[in-house]
Design a protein around this ligand. Structure first.
Ligand code: FCB
Length: 438
């Protein structure tokens, strides 16, 4: 059980669960096109155990049962993502009617159950034909993405409570184009710098276009990492500051102030699109809310062996999740306050928070993890952070990207052989707090 009551979060505070299309849907039939995660996961060595998203949680067919679970847990909202290649198989051009019908059913299913649909347009399943044209390294993606966003706004917008353009631009760009860990698996500075800009430029262009179509409640979701210097040395402090820049300040600065931080520009300018300054107004287009995904902190040390970003993460001393991520709830409080105090004010949601754990159905450590992070959120709220909602990652165990099915983040256990869903103690803990309050 949690040690707080729902009332402490205030009237109108939204509780939800989050998922993403590629991680749960499967159902790669009915005209859905290929995505970069299909081919990345089909390539040996990229995903643990050779796991793929072919079937995943079979949510494409089992969505009614999954929505029932969300309703029965007492949640108000469901944060889900739409698969671009399911709606527009080639990325641009012809629309797949079966895909439109699927999201029609899903969204109507939420409304029938009294759940608010919080949609994410891009949670990483880029149509493969667009990757063939350079994907996020090609500035034309702003146009491709905008056309897709407008389609979503026109077909579904009247039934959506909120739209996020992009989930975690750091992962879309840095993790996928410089570190090579996620699709498309590039390890290239120029590709990285271009994608770090183009992803925010596309966000701004799509936001304006959706607004012109009557869209409202449009935001973006960042992932944050609380960077701590490994020692008191000047070099380690600078390393932590640099990592904070790559992870947090670049995206916050771009979207909330229309400018990238100077220290990062000094490093990345040679690799950026030539005319990027001209795009900054659009990058900084006002948003209605900001989403924050928070999981952990990083201890950062200076590493002269890495010339461009001379910084490396060290193993920290705190308790860790199955991902090897340190459990540090105070980091959430600090980040929420920092965003509140250092940037122009904007309504905030925690759009993801949770932990991987393999301990069966009685997931006590996860219950404590959620409890302690919810307390951190409440502390930030009491100190002035404009908190509007909280989404647990994730509704159910699912395809954890490069980790495949080895990591389980769900409030609900999934038996991948039978697709049976079984609520864990963490689901019951939310249910206990939220029950009968909707
Ligand atoms: C976030 C992703 C989400 C999930 C969690 C564990 O970075 O947005 O899809 O994989 O991490």
């Amino acid at each position: 059980m949690f040690d707080m009551s729902r009332a402490e979060f205030g009237d109108g505070f939204v509780f939800g669960v989050a998922t993403a299309s590629f991680q749960i849907e499967g159902g790669q039939t009915d005209g859905r096109g290929s995505s970069i995660w299909d081919t990345f996961s089909a390539t040996p060595g990229n995903v643990k155990g050779g796991d793929t998203g072919l079937i995943a949680c079979d949510h494409y067919h089992r969505w009614p049962e999954d929505l029932d679970l969300i309703r029965d847990g007492g949640f108000d909202a469901y944060r889900f993502s739409l698969a671009w290649p399911r709606l527009i198989p080639e990325g641009t051009g012809a629309i797949n009617q079966a895909g439109v019908d699927f999201y029609d059913r899903l969204i109507d299913g939420m409304l029938e159950r009294g759940l608010k649909p919080f949609a994410t347009l891009y949670h990483w399943d880029l149509p493969s034909p667009l990757q063939d044209r350079g994907g996020w390294t090609n500035k034309d993606i702003a146009k491709w993405f905008t056309d897709y966003a407008v389609l979503v706004q026109q077909r579904f917008g009247d039934r959506l409570a909120s739209i996020a353009t992009i989930n975690e631009p750091w992962c879309v760009s840095f993790l996928s184009h410089i570190l090579g860990i996620h699709a498309p698996g590039l390890r290239d500075l120029r590709a990285g710098a271009r994608s770090m800009h183009n992803v925010l430029y596309a966000h701004g262009a799509a936001t304006e276009a959706m607004r012109a179509e009557g869209g409202s409640e449009i935001g973006i979701v960042f992932n944050y990492n609380h960077a701590v210097p490994a020692s008191e040395s000047e070099q380690d402090k600078q390393a932590a500051h640099l990592w904070d820049g790559v992870f947090n300040r670049w995206f916050l600065g771009g979207v909330l102030t229309g400018a990238y931080p100077e220290d990062l520009v000094a490093i990345l300018a040679p690799y950026m699109p030539e005319d990027y300054q001209a795009d900054m107004k659009l990058v900084g287009t006002p948003i209605d809310w900001l989403g924050i995904n928070y999981y952990s902190r990083n201890i950062m040390a200076y590493d002269p062996g890495r010339p461009v970003f001379p910084v490396k993460p060290l193993d920290g001393p705190l308790d860790k999740t199955e991902m090897g991520w340190e459990i540090f709830p105070e980091g959430l409080e600090k980040l929420l306050l920092r965003i509140t105090n250092d940037y122009p004010k904007v309504p905030l949601y925690v759009t993801e928070n949770g932990m991987a754990e393999i301990e069966g159905l009685d997931d006590k450590r996860r219950v404590k993890y959620y409890n302690d992070h919810l307390q951190a959120l409440l502390r930030a709220k009491r100190q002035g952070a404009d908190m509007r909602g909280y989404f647990a990652w994730s509704l159910m165990d699912n395809f954890e990207w490069a980790e495949g099915y080895t990591k389980r983040f769900g409030l609900v256990h999934v038996d991948y052989k039978t697709q049976k869903r079984t609520p864990k103690a963490s689901y019951r803990a939310f249910q206990g707090m939220l029950h009968n309050t909707r």
